[in-house]
Structure formats: structure tokens, C-alpha cells
Write a protein that binds this ligand. Structure first.
Ligand SMILES: C=C1C[C@]23C[C@@]1(O)CC[C@H]2[C@@]12CC[C@H](O)[C@@](C)(C(=O)O1)[C@H]2[C@@H]3C(=O)O
Ligand SMILES: O=C(O)CCC(=O)C(=O)O
Ligand SMILES: [Fe+2]
Length: 334
């Protein structure tokens, strides 16, 4: 297992198998920290971070803006949509027929695009724009710090080779706020009475998928629902923790590490939620025309290269032409 009992939470799955989601304390000593992060990325492609240093008010301001927006009448929210790909979306996810029991705002992280979007999203565009920019900057710092620790843990000679991909001003990172109404709330969503159910009668908030980007920093209110899939096929519910962030390894980091890390499949079930869940994700990506390819350090005679180089734009195009749950990495196998 990844971490000692002091640094992980124990969860019992319905198969009564104790499973630990690694919890990483970012205030720990650096060399130990980088080892734990690498281990967590290898074993789960997922971990929780505590003591991340993001001020509580940055998170609360963003949550308040999200709450205010989703409380608006549906007719007003729909004026910010459809999300093709950016803007407000309700039940439709992406452009290929995926559906979920949620509504969301999807924004590019470029400050100009935030400022333009704010004008149609919020009553006080300046307040909304500042809350979003501050949240994005804070999440970007956490993501960059984690990528530097990953580079250290993997003994990559250029310590910034991973974080440089996401901190460049032209990075194609995106920001998303998801809002899942509780099943007993009478909202525009539940009026449709066509909940998305899977074969086990699970109510699907957001269907199973991996994130195409490098790393996702996910924060949520205190309502659970997120589940991750272990690499041997168990679903593990992730208890919510509004003081923590959850880190998700994306497809691009799987490629950069030549398959040593694996992107984690995850989903959100809304079966049991008695209060609306709100989650906020920063999807850290490279600039569109930058190359994604295995770091030289990760390619050895024992671990030959397994992916062809591609630009982020090429990968994104492939991902966006497919359904949410489809796997895409095999298209780029060497
Ligand atoms: C069905 C889709 C939605 C998605 C684009 C895609 O065609 C496949 C990847 C999906 C995903 C998952 C992670 C993020 O939430 C997201 C914004 C992304 O970059 O890839 C979504 C896309 C979306 O909702 O538009
Ligand atoms: O809303 C959540 O908690 C997770 C959503 C998600 O995985 C995504 O938007 O890619
Ligand atoms: Fe995701």
C-alpha cells in the first residue's frame, strides 16, 4: 500500500475489501513527499492532498459564485449555453450523445476568455471573473508543484519539464464547475424525469471516463459521489472533503511517463446524495501545438517507448470525437 495509516483513509468497498486512497500532506519533507506521490500515481492514478496552502477564501468565493449561478432560472442559465465546448451545459456532456444528471459551466482558463464569459454568466462580472481567476491561479500552482514533485520522484533531470507544460501562458487548461442536484430536489433537471441509470440502477451523475489532460485538481463541497476505479476493476467511493483537493492522473501524464503512471477511470453516482454536490475541476493541459511524448528518462531498453508523439491538439481532437467512456490512448500506441 502507498502510505502509512497516518497518511491514508480506509474505505470498505461493498466487497468488504479494505482499500486505501492515499492522502498526501503537502507540508511534508520534500524527498519523502515526492516518493509518496509517485507511488500513489503508480498504484491508483489518484490521491488526496491536504495542507495544500490554497486560502479558504479563494475556495469559498468560487463556491459562492457557483451557487449563485446554478440558483438562476433555467431560461437565464441556458443563455450561457450550449457548451460547445464552453459555456453552460445541462445533462448533455460533450458533443457525442453522453448524458448525466448534472448541469455545469465549462470555461477556458485564458484570462481574456474568462473576462468575456463573465459578462454573460454573472450579475457582477468583475466579482465572478476575479473569483474564477484566483481559483484557477491557485489550482495551477498546486498542479505545478505536484508535477515538480513527480519529476523529482522520477529523477527526471529537468525538474520543470512537466510543470512547464501547464504554466505556459498559452496552456489549453480548462475549468469546470459541476452541479449535481440531489434526487429529492425539485429542479429543472429532475422535472425531465429521465434520469441516467446504468445496468445496476445506479444514477449516473457523470459517467465513467478518464481525463485526457495531464493532471486534474478537483475540489468539492461536502457531498460525496465521486468514485475511482482500481486497476483491477473495483469501484472505490471517495468520501468528500471540502478542505482537500483530489488529484487525478490524466491520459497525457500516462504518455509522458511512458505508461508508468496510468490515468484513472472515475465517475460520479448521484444515488445517495441528499444535498446538491458541487465540484470544481482545473484540468491542467499543455498548449495546443506542444508535443506530448514520453520523457527520455522514462524510456530505457527494459521500457521501450510505447506511445507515438502527438500534439495536445491532435489528442484533444481524438478525445472530443469519441464518447465519454471510450478509451483513446490505444490510438497513439507506437
Ligand atoms: C464526451 C466528451 C466530453 C469531454 C469530451 C468528450 O468527447 C470526451 C472527453 C470528455 C472530457 C472529460 C474530462 C473533462 O470533463 C472534459 C472537459 C475534457 O476535457 O474531456 C470533458 C469533455 C467535455 O465535457 O466537453
Ligand atoms: O464532478 C466530479 O466530481 C467529477 C467530474 C469529472 O470527472 C469531470 O468533469 O471530468
Ligand atoms: Fe473527469
Amino acid at each position: 500500500m502507498v502510505a502509512s495509516s497516518q497518511t491514508s483513509m480506509t474505505i470498505r468497498t461493498n466487497k468488504t475489501k479494505a482499500t486505501r486512497i492515499p492522502t498526501i500532506d503537502l507540508s511534508m519533507e520534500r524527498s519523502e513527499l515526492s516518493k509518496l506521490i509517485v507511488q500513489a500515481c503508480e498504484e491508483y492514478g489518484f490521491f488526496k492532498v491536504v495542507n495544500h496552502g490554497v486560502p479558504k477564501n479563494v475556495i469559498l468565493r468560487m463556491e459562492e459564485e457557483g451557487t449563485e449561478f446554478f440558483a438562476k432560472p433555467s431560461s437565464e442559465k441556458c443563455q450561457v449555453g450550449p457548451a460547445t465546448p464552453f459555456g453552460y451545459g445541462c445533462r448533455n456532456i460533450g458533443l457525442n450523445g453522453d448524458m448525466g444528471n448534472l448541469e455545469y459551466l465549462l470555461l477556458h482558463t485564458n484570462p481574456l476568455s474568462i473576462s468575456q464569459g463573465s459578462k454573460i454568466i454573472a450579475n457582477d462580472p468583475n466579482k465572478f471573473g476575479c473569483a474564477v481567476n484566483d481559483y484557477i491561479e491557485a489550482a495551477k500552482e498546486v498542479a505545478a508543484e505536484i508535477l515538480d514533485l513527480v519529476a523529482e520522484g522520477l529523477c527526471v533531470p529537468d525538474k520543470f519539464s512537466l510543470s512547464n507544460l501547464i504554466t505556459d501562458f498559452s496552456s489549453d487548461s480548462v475549468f469546470r464547475i459541476n452541479h449535481y442536484p440531489s434526487l429529492n430536489q425539485k429542479t429543472e433537471l429532475s422535472k425531465h424525469n429521465s434520469d441516467q441509470l446504468d445496468s445496476n440502477n445506479n444514477n449516473i451523475g457523470f459517467g465513467e471516463h478518464s481525463d485526457p489532460q495531464i493532471l486534474t485538481i478537483l475540489g468539492s463541497n461536502n457531498v460525496s459521489g465521486l468514485q475511482i476505479s482500481t486497476f483491477n476493476g473495483f469501484w472505490i467511493p471517495v468520501p468528500s472533503d471540502p478542505d482537500a483537493f483530489f488529484v487525478i492522473v490524466g491520459d497525457s501524464l500516462q504518455v509522458l511517463t511512458n505508461g508508468r503512471f496510468r490515468s484513472v477511470r472515475h465517475r460520479v453516482l448521484t444515488n445517495t446524495i441528499v444535498k446538491a454536490r458541487m465540484s470544481m475541476m482545473y484540468f491542467a493541459a499543455a498548449p495546443l501545438n506542444w508535443w506530448i511524448k514520453p520523457l527520455p528518462k522514462m524510456v530505457t531498453p527494459k521500457n521501450p517507448i510505447i506511445y507515438k508523439p502527438f500534439t495536445w491538439a491532435q489528442y484533444k481532437e481524438a478525445a472530443y470525437s469519441l464518447k465519454l467512456g471510450d478509451s483513446r490512448l490505444h490510438l497513439f500506441q507506437a
